[in-house]
Design a protein around this ligand. Structure first.
Ligand code: 6CS
Length: 365
């Protein structure tokens, strides 16, 4: 982005926030608190002034992230008895995923979703969630591993280095390849223009299959497919339905190679400067939402697959275990690239997560 376009983007965001009426005194207090957390704590506890927490989504209304945010809003507003109001900004209101991350980092907004597929450009360690065949085929296991304190602890420092606090790691469903044809083998990927999210590590996963990856923001995918600038893309089913990608694609291939993972983040100083009761409400709510959103994503993905099938004649292909094994083997070399980027911390993250997954799988036998 040039200095000019970056300046215009910031101006646009500032105007959006002002027009949305969010520059009230509560928010100014929160913003000021970035510099003086203890002053914020004292003020909030003594006066219990109403405050607004701005929460930005990388997805549109009706999405999994929206379901999370709506329930988060309901619970926080109820528990705080109106002391906190949550202002939700769906995708498109403030900017691309990368821009939302910048807004959290500079304290313009308090909360946002930041998906590793984009965020790994800023925090290489989260690139693990873009690697294929790392998590379990059993998504209950993934939920337990990803919500564990042990795994959250591993990401504490990488997020803190970028002035963010990690609040949640949320699986949103299996990634599904859509394309101008079924994608049953690396041969099918040869020279195939596959849209990926924007972080470079993700492009490596598709280069390993022989594809020609094209990173681009979410908002450009539909037109990219329609104009045949790209041949395919990868996303969970609910997104393929609500973004209408299935309308401009011939086939959906289920390889169950990865979950779509997002992370819930806040500005670090803002989190640390919260009054104790507010931080407790936030922590309790995010803990309660682990199971809620897990059920919601399953519900959304199941229902929307039926909707896609009812509204189109798109071909649905499920890979056999032999076909999956070819992709699994081809994906392994990308772990070395991840480790080059993410260093020792990445090594510890990869080892811990793969061990935890294996232990949980062994425990089920
Ligand atoms: O493909 C993407 O870029 C996006 N996909 C989803 C399901 N959520 C947010 C992300 O930016």
């Amino acid at each position: 982005m040039t200095i000019l376009t970056r300046g215009l983007a910031s101006l646009f965001v500032a105007l959006s926030l002002i027009l949305a009426g969010c520059s009230d005194s509560g928010n100014d207090e929160q913003a000021a608190s970035t510099a003086a957390p203890s002053a914020q704590q004292a003020e909030s506890e003594a006066m219990a002034e109403p405050v607004t927490w701005r929460f930005a989504l990388e997805e549109i209304e009706g999405s999994v992230q929206d379901a999370y945010a709506q329930e988060f809003k309901r619970q926080i507003e109820e528990i705080s008895k109106g002391q906190i109001s949550i202002e939700i900004y769906p995708y498109g209101a403030l900017g691309t995923s990368s821009q939302l991350t910048e807004l959290v980092q500079d304290g313009s907004i308090q909360l946002a979703f930041a998906s590793p597929g984009h965020l790994a450009s800023v925090i290489p360690e989260v690139g693990i969630f873009t690697l294929h065949f790392v998590l379990s085929d059993d998504n209950d296991i993934n939920k337990d591993v990803l919500s564990s304190e042990r795994v959250h602890g591993l990401f504490e420092a990488p997020y803190a280095d970028q002035n963010m606090k990690l609040l949640g790691i949320v699986p949103e469903g299996w990634m599904v390849w859509t394309g101008s044809k079924p994608l049953r083998s690396p041969d099918d990927f040869r020279e195939f223009k596959m849209r990926t999210m924007t972080s470079p590590i993700l492009t490596e996963s598709y280069k390993a299959y022989g594809a020609n990856p094209s990173p681009m923001p979410y908002s450009e995918v539909y037109s990219g497919l329609q104009l045949k600038q790209i041949d395919g893309q990868v996303n969970p089913i609910f997104a393929i339905e609500e973004m209408s990608f299935y309308e401009v694609q011939e086939a959906m291939t289920f390889a169950n190679h990865a979950q779509f993972i997002t992370t819930l983040v806040s500005n670090k100083q803002w989190y640390e400067g919260l009054a104790e009761d507010q931080r407790q409400w936030l922590d309790d709510t995010r803990a309660k939402l682990v199971d809620y959103i897990y059920q919601k994503q399953a519900e959304f993905n199941n229902e929307r697959l039926e909707k896609i099938k009812a509204n189109s004649d798109i071909e649905v292909v499920e890979l056999t275990s032999e076909e999956r094994e070819v992709f699994r083997a081809a994906s392994m070399s990308v772990r070395d690239i991840y480790l080059e980027d993410a260093g020792e911390r990445g090594q510890e993250i990869l080892t811990t997560i793969t061990e935890m997954v294996k232990e949980a799988e062994d425990g089920q036998m």
